[in-house]
Design a binder for this molecule. Sequence first.
Ligand code: ZN
Length: 80
Amino acid sequence: MSKHYPRNLKIDKMVKALRMARFFGDKTYQLKEPCNKGHLSPRSVASGLCLECAREQMTNDRHMAQPAMDEMERWKAANG
Ligand SMILES: [Zn+2]
């Protein structure tokens, strides 16, 4: 899909969007280009993952997601 894209230009745009998001203190940033799975959803500043991909990963891969969820529950119980 992206073979006609100048790769460096795309990365440069991503880096710029990421810096903007960090500057404004956002947790996510939005690009005009879809992610490599074709989602047009905001991306996490922390991981660079598009939120739709992250959500898919969470639902598809419970082995990976569950420890993180457990950790979050423990944190909430301890701090909340
Ligand atoms: Zn995605």
